[in-house]
Design a protein around this ligand. Structure first.
Ligand code: SAM
Length: 188
């Protein structure tokens, strides 16, 4: 699914951003204790504020987005810090979008809503006891022009998991930006 807008919308947004990465997601920082040492797949990574956070903590990161402008910025930030990252330009709205992606210890989906078909495939890309972290605007968020109803993460999104994941934490937050949810799953 396209989140908030199409590739053109996002490319333009990233071209207009200042030359500094944003700070990492607070929900990630607060919950880093759940992550397994090793590798991270950052899906819909944008220009990589969270990828940079993981690189600095010694994880190997593969970062995926459909915006080449976002990935170009991420590569620039990473080079400046003397790290390296594997970036892949993939449109996550197509079925089997992860077919060429290998297996990771952790998968992060932050402020993006993955389609049910691709969520169903997530378990095939996680190692044993691998962690899936999903965070973003949740079902009680009041939609406005920017965040659309179809962008909201709903509890039923995860029905596709059946018995393959254990929910190890669920957090709700509300502030002046809206209603946020964080789901942390461990692969069984
Ligand atoms: C709100 S940003 C979140 C970026 C990053 N995860 C973060 O937390 O800063 C949403 C991201 O989803 C990407 N995106 C939207 N639709 C997509 C699609 N169909 N395939 C891949 N990436 C997509 C956008 O390019 C953008 O980088």
């Amino acid at each position: 699914m396209d989140y908030m807008g199409n590739k053109e919308y996002w490319d333009k947004k990233f071209i207009q951003r200042s030359d500094k990465p944003l700070s990492p997601e607070t929900a990630l920082i607060d919950n880093i204790k759940y992550f397994k040492e090793g590798s991270v797949l950052d899906l819909a990574c944008g220009d990589g504020r969270n990828t940079l956070f993981f690189l600095k903590r010694g994880f190997n990161v593969t970062a995926v987005d459909f915006s080449n402008e976002a990935l170009k910025r991420l590569q620039r930030f990473v080079k400046k810090l003397n790290y390296s990252v594997d970036t892949r330009q993939i449109n996550l709205s197509v079925d089997k979008a992860l077919k060429d992606i290998k297996i990771f210890d952790n998968i992060v989906i932050n402020h993006y809503r993955l389609s049910k078909n691709n969520l169903l495939d997530i378990k095939n890309h996680l190692s044993f006891s691998g962690i899936l972290f999903v965070s973003g605007f949740g079902h009680k968020h009041k939609t406005c022009g920017k965040i659309r109803k179809e962008d909201l993460i709903k509890p039923t999104d995860f029905d596709v998991f059946n018995d393959s994941f254990e929910l190890i934490d669920y957090i709700e937050n509300e502030d002046d930006r809206g209603f946020f949810v964080t789901y942390i799953f461990r692969k069984k």
